[in-house]
Write a protein that binds this ligand. Structure first.
Ligand code: NDP
Length: 274
């Protein structure tokens, strides 16, 4: 039975991937943080729950003990989003954003690569369209996804001698808690800004909030992601990048051919309230 490790499997995209791969007959080693998530994962067929905060370096050192010696895939999915204009970002939140979405993804990958190599397995990173396009107000998150794009590209070339495939999944908005809670999270971020930053960025904050509300309604079903992950784990020819829908492909193409001055103006206008 093939096996994969999925991080952040307790809810959202990670849970959808875990359920899907378990239905496909895979042994899924599924990490989560809460007891409730771990016990409901344990009720799924072929799913082995592992308690893991991916930022806990000593837990990462012990991770291989919970896994088979040969592992067919790792899906680095766990992630968070830190919103807000760069000038007002708390540096602790910026560090947390980069730790969870970048450094800890690499820590997990390093820990499991010997087992992946032993199985001739695959590495998958959950990136985002935000790893291809930067928008004002999401610089911390987009920086984390751009970083994982670059690290995954380097890793893919470095792992060629062992034919270990590395894929990036680049979803647009997907209906999970990340979007369900987006406006509350945004309001919390706004409340944490200084009075001065709230005043300076008032029209940007109002415009971004309105745009987030509109995008929330467009969020797609997590199934869109699970099919791409299955392809990355099982296809004879996995893609290096999976852009999942026409809107995302169009956005990527448009950004590539649009002069930066023009895209800057358009994206700034889209996130500014008149
Ligand atoms: P959710 O907010 O629904 O879930 C996030 C998951 O990450 C949870 O399982 C959470 O665990 C886990 N997690 C967060 N921090 C840690 C940590 N320190 N250690 C271990 N696990 C952690 O988000 P999504 O399912 O939407 O996002 C999953 C991935 O997909 C992320 O990398 C995100 O950037 C990416 N993505 C999401 C998109 C979307 O529109 N939803 C679009 C593009 C990419 P816990 O339950 O314990 O908090």
């Amino acid at each position: 039975m093939p096996s994969a490790l999925v991080t952040g499997a307790g809810r959202g995209i990670g849970l959808a991937i875990t359920e899907h791969m378990s239905r496909r007959g895979w042994d899924v080693y599924a990490t989560a943080r809460s007891d409730a998530a771990l016990s409901s994962l344990g009720r799924l067929p072929n799913v082995h729950p592992i308690a893991l905060d991916i930022t806990d370096r000593s837990a990462i050192s012990a991770l291989a003990e919970h896994l088979p010696c040969e592992l067919d895939g790792v899906v680095n999915n766990a992630g968070i989003i830190v919103n807000g204009p760069i000038e007002g970002l708390s540096l602790d939140n910026l560090v947390r954003q980069l730790d969870v979405n970048v450094i800890s993804q690499i820590a997990v990958t390093q820990a499991v690569l010997p087992s992946i190599r032993a199985a001739g397995g695959r590495v998958v990173f959950m990136s985002s369209v935000s790893g291809l396009i930067t928008t004002p107000g999401t610089g911390a998150y987009t920086a984390s996804k751009y970083a994982i794009e670059s690290l995954a590209d380097a890793l893919r070339m470095e792992l060629r001698p062992w034919r270990i495939r590395v894929s990036l999944i680049e979803p647009g908005p997907i209906r999970t808690d990340m979007w369900a809670d987006v406006l509350d999270d945004y309001d919390r971020m706004t409340a944490e800004l200084s009075d001065e930053h709230r005043r300076l960025y008032a029209s940007h904050l109002a415009g971004s909030r309105k745009l987030l509300g509109r995008m929330q309604k467009l969020a797609a079903d997590p199934k869109r992601v699970t099919k791409a992950v299955e392809h990355a784990l099982t296809s004879r020819r996995p893609k290096r990048r999976y852009l999942l829908d026409l809107v995302s492909r169009t956005q990527k193409a448009a950004i590539a051919i649009t002069p930066t001055a023009v895209s800057d103006a358009a994206l700034a206008a889209a996130t500014t309230s008149k």
